[in-house]
Unconditional design. Structure first.
Length: 113
């Protein structure tokens, strides 16, 4: 009996050409965990730097592999998501965790700049 894969299964979009994009996303999430749990500026900064490095080369890496149009479109959307998380949400959450600000008004002033 031959088992055929469901063409609509989400796992069909997981492709090795997106490896560096996944690394960027994972490093961003790990930076938030390091900031909240370890309270370490060094580890948090290193993880954000690794996310930036992976983001720098993910497009060049992905173009080295043959991909279908669907896989290419998915990779573009995944890259946009990783950029928004790693360089939009992650720095704000890390600063919120690492900068000691006692009052609510001081926090609002810090994040309104």
């Amino acid at each position: 009996m031959k088992v055929t894969a469901n063409p609509w299964a989400p796992a069909r979009y997981i492709h090795h050409c997106n490896l560096l994009t996944y690394v960027s996303l994972i490093c961003g999430v790990a930076a938030v965990i390091a900031a909240q749990e370890l309270r370490s500026w060094e580890i948090t900064g290193l993880l954000i730097a690794l996310a930036a490095l992976a983001d720098t080369f993910d497009g060049k890496f992905a173009r080295r592999f043959p991909r279908t149009n669907d896989e290419q479109a998915f990779g573009e959307q995944l890259d946009s998501l990783a950029d928004a998380v790693s360089f939009g949400v992650v720095p704000v959450l890390c600063l919120h965790s690492l900068v000691p600000v006692a009052s609510v008004s001081a926090r609002l002033l810090l994040f309104s700049v």
